[in-house]
Design a protein around this ligand. Structure first.
Ligand code: PRP
Ligand code: MN
Ligand code: MG
Length: 182
C-alpha cells in the first residue's frame, strides 16, 4: 500500500530530463527578464515542485507568490469550475508576472487564471508550464514556455496528484489504470 511504484505504469519523464529542461528554460527566462523585476506565481498545489526547482535554477532574483485554485477535486477529469482557495498576497499592477504551472490539461484553469490576473493590469503576464497535453485542450492557450508536450494519459508525480497522492515522486509517470478503476 505504501509502495508508490506499484501504482505506476511507466516513467514518462525522469528527474534528469526535468532538471535539464529546467536549466534550458531558466536560461531563456533569465534572458527575457534581465532588466526587469520578476514575480513568479506558483499555482498550488501542483506547481510546488517545479516552482521550487525553477526558482533555484534561475540566476535572476525573483519574488515568489502563490495562488491556490482547484478545478479537479478528487477526480481525474477537469470540471471547468475554478475556485480560488488562496489569492495572491501581492498587488501585481505594473509588475512583470510569470505564472508557473505543472500541467496544462484542458487549459480551463490557466485560461481562467490568465483572465483573472490579466484584469489586475500587470506590466506583463507570461506562462511557463512544465507539461502540456495538446490532445486534451478545450481552450487555446498562448503559453510562452513549455517543458514537455505529453500524450493524453493520466500522469502523476513531481507535484501532480491523483486524489492528493503521488505528488512527491521525483519524476513524472503514468498511473496504472487499476488505480483509478480504468
Ligand atoms: C491540476 C494541475 C493544473 C490543472 C490543469 O490542478 O495542477 O493546475 O489541474 O488542468 P486543466 O488544464 O484541465 O484546467 P488541480 O486542479 O488538480 O489542483 P492541484 O494543483 O492542487 O492538484
Ligand atoms: Mn494545479
Ligand atoms: Mg490535482
Amino acid at each position: 500500500e505504501k509502495d508508490m511504484g506499484a501504482d505506476l505504469e511507466n516513467v514518462l519523464i525522469t528527474k534528469e530530463e526535468i532538471d535539464a529542461k529546467l536549466a534550458e528554460t531558466a536560461a531563456k527566462i533569465d534572458a527575457e527578464y534581465a532588466d526587469k523585476d520578476l514575480l513568479i506565481v506558483g499555482v498550488l498545489k501542483g506547481a510546488v515542485m517545479v516552482m521550487a526547482d525553477l526558482a533555484r535554477t534561475l540566476s535572476t532574483p525573483v519574488t515568489m507568490d502563490w495562488m491556490a485554485v482547484s478545478s479537479y477535486g478528487a477526480g481525474t477529469q477537469s470540471s471547468g469550475v475554478v475556485r480560488i482557495l488562496k489569492d495572491l498576497d501581492t498587488d501585481i499592477q505594473d509588475r512583470h508576472v510569470l505564472i508557473v504551472e505543472d500541467i496544462i490539461d484542458s487549459g480551463l484553469t490557466l485560461s481562467w487564471l490568465l483572465s483573472n490576473l490579466g484584469s489586475r493590469r500587470p506590466a506583463s503576464l507570461r506562462v511557463f508550464t512544465l507539461l502540456r497535453k495538446p490532445e486534451a485542450a478545450k481552450v487555446p492557450i498562448d503559453v510562452d514556455w513549455v517543458g514537455f508536450d505529453i500524450p493524453n494519459e493520466f500522469v502523476v508525480g513531481y507535484g501532480l496528484d491523483y486524489a492528493e497522492k503521488y505528488r512527491n515522486l521525483p519524476f513524472v509517470g503514468t498511473l496504472a489504470p487499476h488505480v483509478y478503476g480504468g
